[in-house]
Ligand binder design. Structure first.
Ligand code: 0O2
Length: 198
């Protein structure tokens, strides 16, 4: 990993640590104030060298570190998993409240799902990291989704990378059907939750 990202690995890991720490603080603060924590759990990763190179080629960019850091925005990635759809939007609002995180791009694949059924909320933030006086910009992609959406996308992701699948069309069709069932279930769960809170 370090061989491809060289010393920039520190920036990528630093950006992830910075945002994760911000979220940890806000979550703890909500808990001590007896407010509801909208986050179930958080995962993060620096994109693997193999996956980054594949993405650069797929997008038509030269495979360089400069392009990996400036043309592809998910070298540093954080995934936030919530129980309910309203929690996803609360987390989006929370993240946008941080003055040092600049929104570069935002995609609401929950309101506008991908044709395959993929649902998730994506935001790319630019963060300025202070390296002992040297200020460096870093992009971080944050994906926010419900447990059900995450369950679906893990399986779909598995299919994307599996070679020699026997019935790809049938599997894609079934996945799409599951995606819409999951979307309905997410909405129903939210409705029940709202009724309980009334
Ligand atoms: P990985 O292996 O997860 O890192 P794209 O051109 O769609 O590949 P782009 O333009 O960066 O990528 O934007 P987008 O649509 O926001 O997708 C970024 C990431 O979102 C993907 O990264 C996936 O993690 C996730 N994602 C997007 N679409 C799908 C989908 O249809 N199914 C699943 N399972 N995940 C999706 P990578 O680099 O493609 O993959």
């Amino acid at each position: 990993m370090e061989s491809f990202y060289k010393e920039s690995i520190v920036l990528l890991e630093g950006a992830i640590a910075n945002i994760t720490a911000k979220l940890d603080i806000i979550r703890k603060y909500k808990i001590v104030k007896n407010d509801k924590d909208p986050i179930e759990y958080i995962t993060s990763r620096v994109k693997s060298e193999e996956s980054m190179k594949e993405k650069l080629v797929r997008k038509g960019f030269d495979v360089t570190l400069e392009n990996a850091l400036t043309k592809v925005y998910d070298a540093a990635g954080i995934r936030i998993i919530c129980a309910y759809i309203d929690d996803v939007y609360e987390v989006v609002k929370m993240l946008k409240g941080y003055h040092d995180l600049k929104v570069v791009m935002e995609k609401d694949y929950i309101k506008n799902p991908k044709p395959n059924g993929y649902r998730s909320y994506h935001i790319i933030f630019e963060l300025q990291l202070d390296l002992a006086g040297e200020i460096k910009p870093v992009y971080v992609e944050i994906q926010i989704r419900t447990i059900a959406m995450d369950f679906w996308s893990s399986l779909e992701h598995e299919m994307k990378y599996k070679k020699n699948i026997k019935n790809p069309e049938l599997i894609a069709e079934e996945l799409k059907r599951c995606a819409s069932e999951i979307a309905t279930t997410d909405l129903n769960m939210q409705t029940i939750k709202n009724m309980l809170n009334e």
